[in-house]
Design a protein around this ligand. Sequence first.
Ligand SMILES: NC(=O)c1ccc[n+]([C@@H]2O[C@H](COP(=O)([O-])OP(=O)(O)OC[C@H]3O[C@@H](n4cnc5c(N)ncnc54)[C@H](OP(=O)(O)O)[C@@H]3O)[C@@H](O)[C@H]2O)c1
Length: 247
Amino acid sequence: MITGASSGLGRGMALEMASGGAHLGLLARREDLLNEIVSEARARNVNAVAATADVRDAKAVRNAADRFRKELGPIDILIANAGIGTTDHALRLTPEHAANVIEINVLGAVNSVAAVLPEMVERKQGRLVAISSLAAYRGLAKSAAYCASKAALSAYFESLRIDLRRTGVGVTIIHPGFIKTPRTAGRGAKMPYLMELDDGVKKIVSAIEKEKKLYAFPWQLATIVRAGRLMPVAMYDWIAERNSFRE
Ligand SMILES: NC(=O)c1ccc[n+]([C@@H]2O[C@H](COP(=O)([O-])OP(=O)(O)OC[C@H]3O[C@@H](n4cnc5c(N)ncnc54)[C@H](OP(=O)(O)O)[C@@H]3O)[C@@H](O)[C@H]2O)c1
């Protein structure tokens, strides 16, 4: 089950996993795009089901998961990928906009986990995957809501990983850097170590298959971001202000 499957990383992961023989439960709001992926998956000789739902709607997500189970069988992997970004400076960021980012990026993933976890625990198998971001590590310029949402998402899945030890259900947290998708297309700001979609997708799918607990990439940017966590606040602020990744 992949949320946010209609575009970018979600679509890419769906097709990559279909090539590996996985059956797909695809969730997003844009039905026409999901149906195209269903056709492409079927051309790869796997079964795929599209369910339109908004991840903010817990009941709709549960109904979608029920449909996937009914038509495809038990859900082995949930990829909580649906997400949106922000480019708002603190002086322009409204509470409504911040709430929307957090509702989709965090509570959307919470709803998705709730729709699959009881059955995974009952079967004593399954994997929960969060598509978080390198933006989860520290605050970045013009990204308050996004960074907050990804930090929350990663912490949520980390806690799940601890709680789910010995249940048979594993957790994988992915922290990607910049990847070419419709979301990053047309951005004027610099995006260091920007990756091609195919390369990013292959790295994520491989990390899921290897059942990694945490995977941050590309390694160059992941190393810089991790080093940033150890920096004194004044030094971090000086560097972060001069390295805005948003126009
Ligand atoms: N691209 C990057 O550089 C990058 C880097 C780090 C992390 N990420 C993360 O990777 C994930 C995918 O990003 P992307 O770059 O592939 O973006 P994208 O091309 O804009 O795709 C976002 C997906 O999320 C879905 N979505 C958004 N709001 C939704 C909602 N309320 N309910 C259900 N689905 C919703 C969209 O589908 P519908 O509009 O059809 O609903 C779409 O399929 C996001 O969580 C993003 O934060 C991306």
